[in-house]
Design a protein. Structure first.
Length: 289
């Protein structure tokens, strides 16, 4: 068990506390190039996998004792660790659960991210999730988490999608934000062009799609007998997922090589965005492996 440092922050009205709390808003995040990571799971993964981007770590004495591995990893990485009273952590963020970090935002160009992924695994098919105008923070974060779990290489938040550093998005990723590259601020047509140039078949997920996901799984792989124009889920694939309320408009669907529906066997009208994205990503993951 690492030695617990003494409390150094006890005033919930201190300027530092106000500055950290302000990062819950987009103006402060944009101005300072920093964002909040709230809760033990997110902070643990940030310290383990993106320590170079972590500016400060804050813990209550109780959290420092309970999550000794976070304290030890932060110290090993040479990070600034501050022990604060529960009142200070609550003032910084009501969702901190006694553990909070401030991290630097890092803008990544789509081309650079694709180059790094290709260099790391040149022989493996790509799997990419593209969120187009997805506004709900919980959905966006859950798709990042599902992409990570399915072994995807990259997530792109295109168009007017939610800020990936929104605290609700960061919490919803459960630390996956620090496991794979997430590119933001790319117009959807530009993202499609770059992904197609990288060798990806671009598939739009939509309930009115002509291609059935299960049928594509049945004929996935190099030895399968597919009809002309039928996409191969075993090949490099980029999935486009649309807005929660209105899905993908016709111009966005037209950018894709095919429009694919997730089969619904029961009486549910539809699947929500995050669930549909998870099903599609795992279908590709299964076919590619």
């Amino acid at each position: 068990m690492p030695r617990i440092p003494e409390v150094t922050l006890a005033n919930p009205r201190a300027d530092r506390v106000k500055q950290v709390r302000a990062l819950s808003g987009r103006p402060a995040r944009s101005r300072h190039g920093q964002f909040l990571v709230e809760g033990p799971q997110g902070v643990r993964e940030a310290v383990r996998h993106a320590a170079g981007d972590v500016r400060d770590v804050y813990l209550t004495p109780q959290a420092a004792e309970r999550y000794g591995e976070i304290l030890a990893a932060a110290r090993e990485a040479g990070l600034f660790v501050h022990v604060a009273t529960p009142e200070v952590l609550a003032a910084m963020s009501p969702d901190a659960q006694g553990v909070l970090a401030v991290a630097r935002t890092r803008e990544t160009a789509l081309g650079d991210a694709l180059d790094r992924v290709r260099a790391a695994s040149p022989a493996s098919p790509l799997l990419v999730a593209v969120l187009s105008n997805v506004r709900d923070p919980g959905n966006a974060g859950t798709v990042v988490r599902a992409s990570d779990a399915a072994g995807a290489d990259l997530v792109v938040l295109a168009g007017e999608s939610v800020d990936v550093h929104n605290p609700k998005v960061v919490r919803s990723t459960a630390g996956s934000l620090f496991h794979l590259p997430v590119v933001t601020g790319v117009p959807l047509p530009d993202a499609v062009r770059a992904l197609r140039a990288a060798g990806c078949t671009v598939l739009a997920a939509d309930g009115a799609g002509e291609d059935d996901l299960d049928d594509l799984l049945d004929v996935a792989g190099p030895a399968a007998a597919r009809g002309a124009g039928t996409p191969d889920l075993a090949a490099s694939t980029a999935w486009i997922f649309g807005n929660e309320a209105w899905g993908l408009p016709a111009p966005d669907r037209a950018l894709a090589d095919a429009v694919v529906r997730v089969p619904i066997r029961g009486r549910a009208e539809s699947l929500n965005l995050a669930t549909a994205a998870t099903v599609c990503l795992y279908a590709s993951s299964r076919a590619q492996r």
